[in-house]
Ligand binder design. Structure first.
Ligand code: XIL
Length: 448
């Protein structure tokens, strides 16, 4: 049965109007670092030293209380040819952090990647390799002794199946290179928290279980290990459901846990719906850390899409960080805000814009829904989201000209890439197929 005109008009009159659009300012009030500090957590970002001026520098300093050099402390960066050292960028980042009351995570000492070619192309006896590794750690950790809060001592030691990765270190020194590296790092700076860091170890799986067993065994042997870094290079829609459980099991071993390289990548182009989902997922990841006392905090791997490794490494993917290329905070930024206990104040919808829900067609168990978003002369929108709660068990199916998701009775529909703009005095519509039984009352929709 079609709703009568009077039902429709009543429904329209009852519309609530509220707009959710991302403010264009590049700092929220309060900034992330204040929210994190109030929770006793770190909020960090990887940085590129040469960019630490202007807006990039303002955000890095204003929003974050930890920094990780994205590349500057890797062996290939600091000793490109044997015995010739370049500490310029690493020193600059540490000085910047000290000037802005930030902690630094050193990254990284012993890895299979981004090593100098003189090292990887050389032929070394196990004894020579051990000396090279120990001397490198003594030199680099010693250089920053007392100034770095933590070190990723060993990076990415495992294969996906939980076996050890065959690297120059493993092949030359055996699995014990990890204990040797940690011991050397402790000797060089007793105050730094020493971590093993890896990717695809965020959920409970074969690789994270291998890491778990290693940490347990190192602790049992008295090897200095203070923490585990979960890199968290995640894919939109694939946040592991066991993230918090996994953080907790490491914490229960008596080590700290840090999320060290968070980004959530998506297939480009980004859409309003993907960015909204990314916000939810940033919120979920940060919340999982906030929920576990020994989770020390979260570092994002670059805070802006203009300084992210994703487009180069995963062609066709990107938009993985909390700020866009122009340093405007994305929905993901507000996901971090809410996870850290902040409130997001959304600017109101222009008074002249509203959404109207109607059921143009209905049959035994199905119906077609239509929503029209209209703005009076003098008001406009550049993106929109319409939400409502079904009152009688209805279910949204396929939608057109919007992306809709339903959780329980709650429905949220975001504009498609081509119809986010509603001009002054104009309107856009989207539709969907739905199912109903018993009755199909019109919900009250909210424009946001
Ligand atoms: C990445 C950097 O962000 C890139 O600039 C560089 O080209 C490659 O390395 N895991 C790590 C980081 O531990 O050091 C990597 O950083 C990303 C994956």
């Amino acid at each position: 049965m079609r709703p009568s005109l009077s039902t429709l008009l009543t429904g329209i009159a009852a519309l609530a109007a509220l707009l959710v659009t991302a403010p264009t300012a590049h700092a929220a009030d309060p900034p992330l670092r204040d929210l994190a500090a109030a929770k006793g957590k770190a909020i960090g970002t990887a940085v590129t030293g040469s960019k630490l001026t202007g807006t990039y520098g303002d955000i890095a300093a204003g929003e974050f209380n930890w920094l990780t050099p994205g590349n500057a402390m890797k062996w290939g960066s600091v000793e490109p040819t044997r015995g010739n050292f370049n500490w310029t960028e690493a020193d600059q980042i540490v000085a910047f952090a000290e000037a802005h009351d930030q902690d630094v995570r050193g990254h990284t000492l012993v890895w299979h990647s981004q090593n100098p070619s003189w090292l990887t192309n050389g032929t070394w006896t196990p004894a020579q390799l051990g000396t090279l590794m120990n001397d490198h750690i003594a030199l680099e950790v010693g250089r920053y002794k007392g100034r770095l809060a933590a070190w990723d001592v060993v990076n990415e030691p495992f294969n996906e199946d939980g076996t050890y990765r065959q690297t120059v270190w493993y092949n030359g020194l055996g699995a014990d290179y990890i204990a040797q590296a940690l011991t050397a790092a402790r000797a060089a700076d007793p105050a730094a928290r020493l971590y093993i860091n890896d990717y695809n170890v965020e959920g409970v799986n074969a690789k994270s279980t291998a890491l778990y067993n290693l940490v347990r065994d190192l602790k049992a042997r008295g090897v200095p290990i203070d923490g585990v870094g979960l890199q968290a290079h995640l894919i939109l829609g694939q946040v592991p459901s066991t993230l918090q459980q996994n953080i907790q099991r490491f914490a229960d071993l008596g080590v700290d846990v840090a999320i060290t390289e968070l980004d959530i990548r998506m297939q480009l182009p980004s859409t309003a719906a993907k960015l909204a989902q990314q916000r939810t997922e940033y919120d979920a990841v940060v919340k999982a850390c906030v929920a576990v006392t020994r989770c020390t905090g979260v570092t994002v791997w670059g805070f802006t899409d203009s300084d992210s490794w994703i487009p180069d490494t995963f062609p066709g993917q990107g938009a993985a960080t909390p700020y866009d290329e122009n340093y405007a905070p994305k929905p993901a930024y507000y996901g971090i805000v809410t996870a850290l206990g902040g409130t997001v104040t959304e600017p109101p919808v222009p008074a002249g814009c509203s959404a109207a829900y109607s059921v143009p067609n209905q049959w035994n168990t199905g119906f077609t829904g239509n929503v029209t978003i209209s703005c009076a002369a003098g008001s406009s929108l550049s993106s929109w989201r319409v939400t409502w709660t079904f009152g009688a068990g209805q279910q949204v199916g396929q939608a057109w000209n919007a992306t809709c998701t339903q959780t329980g009775a709650a429905v949220s529909c975001a504009n498609a890439s081509w119809n986010g703009g509603v001009p002054s005095g104009g309107s856009v519509s989207f539709g969907f197929n739905g199912t109903w039984t018993g009755s199909n009352p019109l919900p009250t929709v909210t424009l946001g």
